[in-house]
Design a protein. Structure first.
Length: 133
């Protein structure tokens, strides 16, 4: 799954259930449940908390100078979604900047995987690479 991090994979069904419980608590912003916490719950909580941060990043990046045009954002979301075989609703735009006239670098995430798209204002893809800005 996209929300497993750094090579972590639950070993059994019970471990997966604990991971998912932690993930749900983290992604919904609930308090960490230290009572009865397991390593799998902790891994899940960290993954969910990080995903919550990614999904809310667009709300923190509201200045007009840092906001790419809708066509560029949509084009990046589409190519990133195709790369990870998910719908565009699973792609979170993290940040953007304009290195040149009519050109944008946009960082997007699916789970804990990040990609950077270099786009034209029109939505034309110039370059796509893995990683962060």
């Amino acid at each position: 799954k996209h929300h497993y991090r750094d090579g972590y994979t639950p070993q059994t069904g019970d471990h997966t259930a604990e991971f998912e419980r932690g993930y749900r608590d983290g992604v919904h912003g609930y308090a960490y449940n230290s009572f009865g916490s397991t390593v799998d719950y902790a891994e899940g909580y960290q993954a969910g908390d990080k995903e919550r941060g990614n999904s809310m990043a667009h709300r923190q990046n509201t200045t007009a100078a840092n906001k790419a045009p809708p066509m560029a954002m949509q084009g990046c979301a589409k190519i990133v979604a195709q790369n990870f075989a998910v719908s565009t609703h699973h792609v979170h735009m993290i940040k953007s900047r304009s290195p040149g006239k009519h050109e944008w670098e946009i960082e997007a995430a699916v789970g804990h995987e990040h990609m950077v798209c270099t786009m034209r204002d029109t939505g034309e893809v110039i370059e796509v690479r893995g990683g962060r800005m």
